[in-house]
Design a protein around this ligand. Structure first.
Ligand code: GLV
Ligand code: GLV
Length: 323
């Protein structure tokens, strides 16, 4: 008997091939680069045994009810799972697959790129070259902040946070601070100092957010948070936009309370092109591309497909989210 699977987007072919080859799925794909409209999601998921989704799909009780009792597995093409209503999913006995580890290097790399681009003002420089603002070599022009001798604070030293710290240390970082629910033995590798959030925010030259979005971290970076940062410090977020109160960030950036910010994630996504943050020279915004390398996205799609198949057949998933 063929099992019904709904795939909410066009995904890399590596993953699609695995699903097709398995020969047990009746695949229905929202074959587009754009998100599936809500009504189509509710229709597409009806009677499905498996759902392959993205971080842009909100999977809540309404979707689960629309799917009905067949639904055994939800496999998301992401490491983040804040778009999934975990309590509702658990209540229904549905298993969840996700993609940790395989995107750690790509995301850490992008974080370093964004940090350097923001600190050394690369987008402004590129723009000046194009618009004729580059008149000569100027001693006081386009100066920014370097990592050498700096203090870096990582909020959330998980898989990705640790990979960021490992990459930043060789730039000559003097102190590496981190926060989280508890100290991590792995922090020794980067000479990480476990400190209270308040200390991290006050003492860091670079504050890097790498925690997951939970009720505890929602809106964590607000007016009070930014008011403790040094005027010369830089804020970087590659986790989830909702960790930040963007109005407070705008205020901190435009008033000179902090030096600059680099964001790979925003609320909403996409950020409207007329958003106030986009009027600021000291704010670098990227379109959520942390894991976007060809190979990483290929491997993510394979893992997502294999998680889905394991969920359908009731076997062990390569990466199952413990609910
Ligand atoms: C990206 O943000 C992911 O959660 O994989
Ligand atoms: C910079 O190009 C320098 O030579 O100092």
């Amino acid at each position: 008997q063929m099992l019904k699977v709904f795939v909410t987007r066009r995904i890399p072919q590596e993953g699609m091939k695995i699903l097709q080859k398995a020969g047990m799925c009746n695949l229905s794909v929202w074959d587009s680069d754009e998100p599936v409209p809500r009504a189509e999601l509710l229709k597409g998921v009806a009677g499905a045994h498996g759902l392959l989704c993205l971080l842009s799909d909100k999977v809540d009780a309404e979707v689960l009810d629309a799917a009905g009792p067949n639904l055994k597995v939800i496999s998301t093409l992401s490491v983040g799972f804040d778009h999934l209503a975990i309590d509702e999913i658990k209540k229904r006995g549905i298993r969840v697959g996700y993609t940790p580890d395989v995107l750690t290097d790509a995301t850490a790399e992008l974080t370093v790129a964004l940090l350097l681009a923001t600190a050394r003002r690369l987008p402004e420089g590129v723009e000046e070259v194009k618009n004729g603002g580059w008149s000569t070599w100027k001693p006081l022009w386009l100066c920014g902040y370097g990592l050498s001798g700096s203090t870096v604070g990582v909020i959330g030293l998980g898989r990705i946070g640790l990979a960021i710290a490992r990459r930043l240390k060789p730039f000559g970082v003097k102190r590496l601070l981190y926060t989280g629910r508890q100290p991590k033995p792995q922090a020794q590798e980067v000479d990480g100092e476990y400190v209270p959030l308040d200390t991290l925010v006050r003492e860091s030259d670079f504050v890097v957010v790498s925690c997951s979005l939970t009720p505890d971290t929602q809106g964590l970076c607000d007016k009070t948070f930014f008011s403790k940062m040094k005027k010369t410090s830089i804020f970087i977020n590659t986790s989830r936009g909702a960790v930040v109160n963007q109005e407070d960030l705008f205020e901190a950036l435009s008033s000179g309370q902090i030096a600059a910010a680099g964001l790979d994630v925003t609320t909403p996504e996409p950020l409207p092109t007329n958003h106030p943050l986009l009027t600021l020279n000291n704010c670098v915004v990227l379109p959520h591309i942390g894991s976007a390398t060809y190979s990483t996205r290929g491997v993510m799609s394979e893992l997502t497909a294999n998680n889905l198949l394991a969920g359908l057949t009731g076997s062990e998933m390569p990466s199952e989210l413990k609910l």
